[in-house]
Design a protein around this ligand. Structure first.
Ligand code: HEM
Length: 380
């Protein structure tokens, strides 16, 4: 079968699927998913979207055919570079250099710093009524500052740098040369201090690698709104379902929210060669997408997929391989997965009992999927 024979959701005259993608991409991909496990889109480029475990495994394991160069990340200056756009064969050795800093063992040594940054943020922020989305934003910003820089990075500059990522497109795609130059200058200054004076935070480890300062900037951008959105949804869920607000059930809540609302709702690659999959020939140059959002809601894989049911994760439940991918998978598995879990665990444990007051948790897709907000909750 040819690529052009793939089923496609309804397209508009002249613009193909571009306009629907820009306006309501979740409805568009949900319509596509109802047509079959592999469907086509016309986004100006031939685009193929899949969500079956077999497709996820192929796209995430075949790093020769499925390349990151030319993917969606390449058009977002925040993400365009470093490990995110490094393809095979350079990718695996680069990850070996980066992994130790982001591994559990090293992160354990930073825990106290994250904890005190979080309590300082909570002391300033937690009032009887507050917006859980704004709280999560500041909590993640302070914990990232603690993990990367032991809190040394000017908080306002970090906020100014990362805030545009949470705006709808095209804002995150605009070039911001002056802002990036200020951030890079500050990163270089702090890196120099660590190279001469020592240190054990993430920047101290990255500073020793060629291109490490750039990796710091890019991974901060990859880690901020992804974790913020998960944390905001989790705080809102705990306010709506207070019976789940207990240390022993927080992990199940996080897993369930990452299934329903994976911030990385769509991962993209470009095909470097004509590629066969499931009897279809996918042409070189096509955009190939996998969707943790669609895989996490596939009725063939999940019981009552649309419902918030953290209990499905209790008692050691393991989903089928390659079906649950909030952190991607294979060699390109999220570099910050352990750091994200650490920040989420610490932050949820720091929250008092909550009640939902008013809010709009509707998922809004941008660079990442996030709740529309605000999410106003009451403590106590
Ligand atoms: C809940 C929080 C997070 C979620 C849901 C998430 C999700 C993801 C996903 C789905 C990918 C794979 C993308 C792909 O296949 O194209 C990824 C990669 C990545 N993430 Fe995360 N992420 C989170 C937090 C973080 C944090 C805290 C960092 C900070 C270090 C981070 C840094 C990265 C980097 C650098 C990559 C690229 C890895 C590579 O290509 O080798 N992420 N993340």
């Amino acid at each position: 079968m040819k690529f052009s024979d793939l089923p496609q959701p309804r397209a508009l005259p002249f613009s193909g699927h571009l306009q629907r993608w820009g306006g309501a991409p979740l409805a568009l991909i949900e319509e596509g998913a109802r047509l079959g496990p592999l469907f086509g889109l016309n986004l100006g480029l031939n685009t193929v979207v899949g969500y079956s475990p077999a497709w996820n495994k192929r796209l995430l394991s075949d790093l020769t055919a499925f390349r990151s160069a030319g993917s969606f990340s390449a058009v977002v200056p925040y993400l365009a570079g470093g490990i995110i756009l490094t393809d095979a064969p350079g990718h695996a050795p680069r990850r070996q250099q980066l992994n130790p800093g982001f591994g559990k063992q090293h992160l354990d040594t930073l825990q106290d710093r994250l904890r005190s940054a979080l309590s300082a943020h909570n002391a300033r922020f937690l009032k009887s009524e507050f917006d859980a989305l704004a709280w999560a934003d500041g909590a993640v910003l302070s914990m990232l500052n603690a993990a990367y820089f032991s809190g040394d990075f000017p908080a306002e500059l970090l906020h100014a740098f990362l805030a545009p990522l949470r705006s709808p497109f095209p804002t995150p795609a605009w070039p911001r040369p002056l802002l990036f130059a200020r951030v890079d200058a500050e990163l270089r200054r702090l890196a120099e201090r660590r190279l001469h004076g020592g240190g054990d935070d993430l920047l101290a480890l990255l500073a020793r690698l060629p291109g490490g300062v750039r990796e710091a900037r890019i991974s901060l951008a990859a880690g901020h709104d992804t974790t913020t959105h998960t944390l905001a949804w989790a705080a809102w869920a705990l306010a709506e379902h207070p019976e789940w607000h207990a240390p022993q059930t927080h992990k199940a809540v996080i897993k369930e929210l990452l299934r329903l609302y994976p911030p990385g709702w769509m991962g993209s690659r470009r095909l470097s060669e004509d590629t066969e999959f499931g009897g279809v020939t996918l042409p070189k140059g096509a955009l190939a997408l996998y969707s943790p959002y669609l895989s996490g809601r596939d009725p063939a894989l999940w019981e009552r997929p649309g419902e918030f049911r953290p209990q499905r994760w209790l008692k050691g439940f393991k989903p089928p391989a390659w079906s649950y991918l909030p952190f991607g998978g294979g060699e390109r598995l999220c570099l910050g997965m352990h750091l994200a879990h650490l920040m989420l665990d610490l932050a949820l444990a720091s929250l008092p009992p909550l009640r939902a007051v008013r809010g709009d948790p509707t998922p809004r897709p941008g660079v990442t999927l996030g709740p529309a907000g605000p999410l106003v909750v009451r403590a106590g």
